[in-house]
Design a protein. Structure first.
Length: 456
């Protein structure tokens, strides 16, 4: 029998690499298909085909837990069908249900496949997700350089031919103008926010918190004494730089909360001279830049305020939760239909609720919110399993115990950052979030198996 595993490996890793490349999409007919949709659907189809050919119906209990969660959520979301009132809502609802099935199907099949393939596949899976964001960041730096240096919209040059002009070609986000001093006189310069291959700089900023927080524990433990440690430190520094270039308040809020999660387990490493001195030096340089540059002060001041129009719009969305729950408290408006509701109120089309939790409550009601909260609690329990397994491995003298511990706290911090940042954005609807949950679920199963092998 022909083995499909090499192709399954490639499809799974390729999907995770492109999971944050949202600008690569096409619009056949009235739909919108992303590159990650194509690869994820291919992986799920090939995984099911491989299982059928091998007549292997076994599933790990972690994968069964995800399958159960998928079934319960699907049933809850089906309840939202009865709140639909017109063809536009039905169309949006159908798109939302299709996306959900594909996202969760990829999560279930991907988790089982990584468990089947073992720890080496888990490491490759984590590497693929981080590699995709690294390429994303490299494109973002090139995007900024092309715009500032030559006024070139890199999206039109690169994304345009790849998507036949159907991708997102708006280029780097133009935030506004700020005053700078050049040759003794004040001039007005453009302020840009890097969005790279994401659709929004805030999306990129929130997603970047995940690799920073996953890699940071490993980087601190390794230090700069090895090539691997130096590489990890460089990766973390590079991701932080691009995070700053996004000027994303939500991204930095999420990152700050993730760092608080890491502060206690990493307290000894964080208080070492080799960490404290570079951090203080960086803060000093930032202070000097702010003191000497009106341009920097103006940009920072505009991003720390919460009274600007952008912030007000975000807060105003929370006022829309109560009216929806009063009318549809059980199952909400219907999955992915908030934009239709918002258009009815304001006349604006294609506007989301700008908060995952507003979307959760308005579109799936109280039942959907409770069920999804239970799913997140289950993911939290999986993280606790990895942490407990790392302690058991340490007691058994396993050389990889430190890796499992760092992975557990890094994933916990990354998940916490994502949950906090999504108060004002909806990146938990993206594939990358399901990729993170995939890693958590598979790692919990594989860490327990490792402990059992050592005890046997």
């Amino acid at each position: 029998m022909i083995s499909l595993r090499p192709w399954l490996d490639r499809l799974l890793l390729a999907t995770l690499v492109v999971t944050t490349w949202h600008k690569l999409h096409w619009a056949p007919g009235a739909g919108d298909v992303t590159l990650e949709d194509v690869l994820a659907a291919g992986f799920v189809a090939l995984f099911i085909t491989d299982r059928c050919l091998r007549k292997d119906w076994r599933m790990h209990r972690v994968s069964l837990g995800l399958l159960l969660a998928m079934g319960v959520l699907e049933a809850v979301y089906l309840g939202g069908y009865f709140a639909l009132q017109n063809g536009q809502e039905l169309s949006q609802y159908a798109k939302g249900m299709t996306k959900f099935a594909l996202h969760f199907g990829f999560l279930v099949c991907g988790t089982q496949y990584v468990i089947d393939r073992g720890e080496r596949m888990l490491r490759r899976t984590i590497g693929a997700l981080i590699l995709g964001l690294l390429i994303n960041c490299a494109y973002g730096v090139a995007q900024l350089a092309a715009q500032v240096g030559a006024g070139i919209n890199l999206d039109k040059v690169i994304i345009g031919p790849l998507t036949f002009g159907q991708g997102s070609l708006g280029g780097i986000n133009v935030y506004g103008q700020a005053t700078a001093v050049q040759q003794g006189s004040y001039v007005s310069l453009g302020v840009y926010r890097v969005n790279a291959l994401a659709l929004d700089p805030n999306h990129l900023g929130i997603m970047l918190a995940v690799p920073i927080l996953i890699l940071l524990p490993f980087a601190l433990r390794e230090g700069l004494r090895t090539r691997w440690g130096a590489l990890l430190a460089a990766l973390v520094a590079g991701f932080v730089v691009v995070e700053l270039l996004t000027l994303s308040r939500s991204g930095m809020l999420g990152l700050a909360c993730g760092l608080l999660v890491l502060a206690w387990p990493l307290r000894r490493q964080l208080l070492r001279t080799r960490v404290v001195v570079p951090v203080l030096a960086a803060l000093g340089l930032i202070g000097v830049a702010l003191a000497s540059s009106p341009y920097a002060r103006q940009v920072i001041r505009s991003r720390v305020t919460v009274s600007d129009n952008s912030a007000k719009v975000h807060f105003q969305f929370f006022d829309l939760v109560q009216p929806v729950l009063d009318a549809h408290p059980v199952f909400g408006l219907g999955l992915n239909t908030f934009s239709v509701y918002y258009e009815f109120l304001t006349g604006k089309t294609n506007w989301g609720p700008h908060s995952f939790y507003i979307a959760l409550l308005d579109e799936t009601g109280l039942v959907g919110a409770v069920v999804f909260a239970a799913f997140l609690a289950w993911v939290g329990l999986r993280l606790a399993v990895i942490l407990r397994a790392s302690h058991a491995l340490q007691r058994l003298g396993d050389q990889r115990a430190g890796d499992w511990h760092d992975l557990a706290i890094g994933l916990s911090a990354g998940l916490a950052a994502t949950l906090i940042a999504n108060v004002f954005y909806l990146t938990m609807q993206f594939y990358y979030f399901y990729g993170v949950v995939l890693i958590v679920a598979a790692a919990s199963a594989l860490s327990v198996e490792r402990v059992r092998r050592l005890y046997a």
